[in-house]
Design a protein around this ligand. Structure first.
Ligand SMILES: [Zn+2]
Length: 129
């Protein structure tokens, strides 16, 4: 059995795949964040937009984001920390490292992301302040 793209031991269909098919299945900010990492691996621009808070959604960059995601080789995701973002919360942050190869060089995105519920669903708001 293969691990999910996000690194959790469950297979994709029981992990991020459940969130991709219905975003309401992301019960925590971390689950939403993991599903977005998996969507980067799959270069799923539509899901990256859908999981983005409408106030910050970069619609005009959708194709560029998906093309970039497709052009690199994703290695792994490491969740480093989180604050709130549990099922009963409306906001939270997740800090992570996302590793990928670009032009043969190992790169890492280190980010503290802010998440906020919109219409009762977790969404990605942007960089946490
Ligand atoms: Zn997953």
């Amino acid at each position: 059995m293969n691990k999910c793209y996000c690194g959790l031991p469950d297979e994709y269909s029981k992990c991020c795949g459940k969130v991709h098919s219905n975003i309401n299945n992301a019960k925590t900010a971390e689950q939403l964040m993991r599903s977005r990492y998996s969507a980067f691996v799959m270069a799923d621009g539509d899901y990256l937009m859908r999981s983005h808070h409408s106030s910050t959604r970069p619609l005009k960059d959708k194709n560029a984001i998906a093309n970039w995601a497709k052009s690199v080789t994703w290695v792994k995701l490491e969740v480093i920390g989180k604050f709130e973002g549990n099922e009963q919360d409306d906001e939270g942050t997740v800090t992570f490292d996302a590793y990928y190869y670009e032009n043969g060089k190992l790169e890492v995105i280190h980010e503290k992301s802010a998440f906020k519920k919109e219409s009762k669903c977790w969404t990605y708001l942007g960089l946490a302040t």
